[in-house]
Ligand binder design. Sequence first.
Ligand SMILES: C[S@@+](CC[C@H](N)C(=O)[O-])C[C@H]1O[C@@H](n2cnc3c(N)ncnc32)[C@H](O)[C@@H]1O
Length: 212
Amino acid sequence: MRYRRVKGATEKFEILSRYITKGAEEHKGRWSEVFGNGKPVFLEMGCGKGKFLVELAKKNPQNNYIGVEGQEKVLLRAAQRASEEGLDNITFVCEFLRHPEDCFEKDEISGIYLNFSDPWPKARHAKRRLTHTRFLNGYKKFLRSDGEIQFKTDNDDLFDFSVEEIQNNGFTLLELSYDLHNTILNAREVTTEYEEKFKLWGKKIKYLKCRV
Ligand SMILES: C[S@@+](CC[C@H](N)C(=O)[O-])C[C@H]1O[C@@H](n2cnc3c(N)ncnc32)[C@H](O)[C@@H]1O
C-alpha cells in the first residue's frame, strides 16, 4: 500500500534520504547493498517513531536494522532520530507491508521484532494482525533458521491470539511473560514509545520470543 503524503514531506524525505529506502521489493536479496556490508539484518514491522530500533542500532553496531512503518509522518520522526544519532546501520521503509516475503530473500533476515502491533480486534480484520498465520508463513520464507521473532504487546486478546498462531504454525516458544517488566528477561532493556506509555499507566506488558 502506498503511504499518504503529509505537508512538506518531500523536502523532509530529501534531507533524511540517507535513512529511507524506497521500493522495498526491489531490494529483495540485495539488502546488504543498501548497508554496504554483509552484517546480519534485523527487521521491525511497524516501528513507529523508531525509539526501539534506533536504540538497538546504537547498541549493536555489528548488526544492520530495517524499520518498516506505513505512516509517513511517524516514519519521518524515526529517520530524524537515526540522523541525530549519526547511525550508519539503520534504514526505514515507508510502506504498509502486506506481504513482507516479497521484500526479503530466504535467510536474509536474522531476527524480527513486532512491538505493540495494531490489534485489529474485529474478526473480519484478523488477517491484518502481524502475528496472523498469513504473516507468520511469510516470515518463515526469509527468517534464518536460527533467527527469532520477538513480540511485545499490552493487549491480552492479541497476545493470546498470537501465542496460539505461533504454536499452530510450528514455532517453538523460547520465552514468554505476561508481565515483562517484572522479570529479568533482556527484552525489558530496550523499550518502545508505546511500551513506555503503557508502563507509566501501570499496564502489564506481554512478551514472547520464538523460533521456527
Ligand atoms: C501501535 S503502533 C506501535 C509503534 C511502535 N512499534 C511502538 O511500540 O511504539 C503500530 C505501528 O505499526 C504500523 N503498522 C501497522 N501495520 C503495518 C504494516 N503492515 N507495515 C508497516 N507498518 C505497519 C502503524 O502505522 C503504527 O505506527
